[in-house]
Design a protein around this ligand. Structure first.
Ligand code: F6R
Length: 257
């Protein structure tokens, strides 16, 4: 696992966007795995900026999102479908036919999940998967106890996740209790993983998944099993790391010529 520590949220977002940009430039028809939540908003802003500056073309890019709440229609402003259009897709030239977000209103969830997995395979697999991390250590909605071999399926959300995500809803009671999520096994099949995290609130869990044992209690620790996993943290999220000498990338302190 390559751990890169950036000064703050903006620098973390820029670094993550640079990594995604390099994949799109190398392979214009690449498959991007995307995440929602507060963390990737800055990364998406940077990608939009690259596109508006004419530096990034998404016309051939295929996308797959990690997860979606069950019971929220696409038009609900807290659905991940809505989030992705609001924060990224509406501002770039991605072909709507190439966009995949799990369907939270699917009548037959099991059949839908199998179809989603098949679509990822048909597209040739995910080239780079962007991930956030929950304060309970989840990646996507793979809550503590999820099998590290799990596939796309329905998952019950943890109490902690419901509390954490209540900030996006009018009240905690409104947070859906179930979601469709890619499994840890699905995520591990991506050619490259890119996990981003920022802020003091994520410091404990980042130390646990990077320096602790691999455990289904912290599903992000499965990144230790992946041959090409990059973790980009801001200094606050990295503040509880203590075991190794990590790479610190400090744009601001680069020697001036
Ligand atoms: C969202 C997702 C979740 C979030 C995680 C962190 O698609 O898969 O795992 O990445 O809950 O959320 P934020 O970024 O809001 O702290």
């Amino acid at each position: 696992m390559e751990v890169i520590i950036m000064k703050d949220y903006n620098a973390m977002s820029k670094k993550a966007a640079e990594i995604i940009k390099s994949v799109v430039l190398r392979k214009p028809n690449c498959v991007l795995g995307l995440a929602t939540g507060g963390t990737p908003v800055g990364t998406y802003k940077e990608l939009i900026k690259f596109h508006k500056e004419g530096k990034l073309d998404f016309s051939k890019v295929i996308t797959f999102n990690l997860d979606e709440y069950i019971s929220l229609p696409k038009t609900h402003d807290q659905s991940y479908f809505y989030f992705m259009h609001d924060n990224l897709f509406n501002h770039i030239n991605v072909n709507p036919e190439n966009v995949h977000v799990p369907d939270g209103m699917a009548e037959d969830v099991e059949t839908f999940c199998k179809w989603y997995e098949d679509e990822i395979k048909k597209a040739g697999g995910v080239d780079v998967q962007l991930l956030g991390i929950g304060s309970d250590g989840h990646i996507a909605f793979n809550e503590p106890g999820s099998s590290l071999a799990s596939r796309t399926r329905m998952k019950t959300l943890d109490e902690q996740t419901i509390k954490d995500n209540a900030r996006f809803f009018k009240s905690e009671a409104e947070v859906p209790r179930y979601a469709i999520t890619m499994g840890v096994g699905t995520i591990l099949e991506s050619k490259e993983l890119l996990l981003i995290a920022n802020g003091k609130k994520k410091a404990d869990v980042c130390a646990e998944f990077i320096e602790g044992p691999i455990t289904s209690q912290i599903t992000a620790s499965a990144l230790q099993l992946h041959p090409k996993a990059i973790v980009v943290l801001d200094e606050e999220a990295a503040s509880k790391l203590k075991k190794y000498n990590y790479y610190k990338w400090v744009y601001e302190n680069k020697p001036k010529k």
